[in-house]
Design a protein around this ligand. Sequence first.
Ligand code: DON
Length: 571
Amino acid sequence: MKVALRWHVLLIGFVLTTGAAFAADNPTPSTKTAPLALRPGHAGIASANALATQAGFEVLAKGGNAFDAAIAVASTLSVVEPESSGIGGGFMATMHVASGNRDVFIDARETAPAAVNPKDYLNPDGTPNRDTALKGPFSAGIPGEPAGLVWLAKHYGKLPLADSLAPAIRTARDGFKPDNRLLGSIEDEQKNLQRWPASAAKFLPNGKVPAAGDIWRDPDQAHTLQLLAQYGNAGFYSGKTAKKIVDAVHAAGGNWTLKDMSSYSVKERLPITLDYRGYKIITAPPPSSGGVAIAEILNILSGFDLTKVDQVHRVHLVIESMRRAFRDHNDYLGDPDFVKMPLNMLLSPYYADGLRQTILPDKATPSSMLAPSSGEDPGMHTTHFSIIDADGNMVAITATVNYVLGSTFVADGTGVLLNDEMDDFALVPNKPNVYGLLGSKANAPEPGKRMLSSMSPSIVIGPDRTAVIGSPGGSTIITQVLEGILAFIDGGDAHDVAAHKRFHHQYMPDVVMTEPGTFDASTSEALTKMGYTLKQREPWGFMNVVIWDRRTNKVDAASDPRRADGLGKVQ
Ligand code: DON
């Protein structure tokens, strides 16, 4: 009974207000003087799609925990939100395991195939070939998501993998109504999808973009998920699925081998943890640059009391900290299994002390004064979801196929849309990727190497409230999560954190990106006088946040109002 009621509320919540965030009603009476709660007793899930959030609750109702629910949410997103993430892509998970009070990080990031060759990303005249970097089989890394889901079930879940994958398999087999955002993405990428017959067959049934309200089925993906459910890794990385994927890549001119598939492995890593003003931040380590950058920024900011400075100076200090952290991002970071990174230095408070000294009190520091290192629309094609279960297990997962509809290349007979994550490598030295990020040797492509990511799934444990937070948005992920953490620390609830107005600076280009309404006229004027170039863009991000208030024992979940109200308005 309870479960049926939950879904009902979830769906009403979705239609009326946000996207797919829902926290079950608090069954515990709250009192202000009660001791802090040790377990929430109820769950919250915030994802980019109502069907995915519902899949997560379905699995919780079967007796699963947050990790089983994460499998259900991620695999359902692969079916209903393929423009953003899927089993042809990868994910990063920052998790808190309540029993044992452990924080873990799961790296299910894609890897470069053994035959990777930087020349494949150059035109004959030596200029960057943006097509091979972003479309078709050369743009894809070996998928990590299927192995990540298997890993979650095996090491952290309570249910068999097949139970957690069941909602996605059912949705793919029986069909669903694509939302306007998916239809808009297919429309935008129509020409690319037509380049490969299996892509056109999947996304353009009868040669056309599906109409709003049509039921859309994906029987090939249902079958591929079924094999994964039955055989685990062997069901995807070897056997029929692997062979079909490798054959399809070859038929399209690509260079994957069966060995590339069978040698893929998930990496479990220690997350980055730091203390900022009494809040424990648990976030993503390399091969994400996100956690390092967030830590560096917060370490710099911890030398200022942001509550005691006016708005203009607060923004100034935050931008200058972003600028310095992104400079280091470009220079030092890559796959930890391939490159030595000065993490002790980058994460050290003493290093932050030094950087803080270089911030001028009332003036922007031109990036050109700091050292060398470019911009494009951040796009919104990646997804983040946050889960807290009744026992206090927490999962923050950012999952991606990279740019809209990834490589737009579907491997024939599998329903698997491959990612275009290879563009997250520094494919051509000193040339920007699609997010304007530059990279160095540390992030050069090499066989088996993971490309650097900005994904920053994070958990923030404060004195009396806990937040699970993250967002898509390319390089802006880092600054969105940073600003979300600051809004949470300032006392914001889940809606405040997701709705918080954003600004972004990534060292190069030396501009502060803002959305409409980020700054009022006088703040903009003051910042311009300090030397900042402000550039307004369409709103970006799709933050999904769950917050557990341990004083009242309430769980609160919210989806980014920029998207949830306006699904389909692709910006
Ligand atoms: O891993 C990364 O940093 C990127 N592939 C994420 C891409 C992304 O967020 C796209 N759009 N919002």
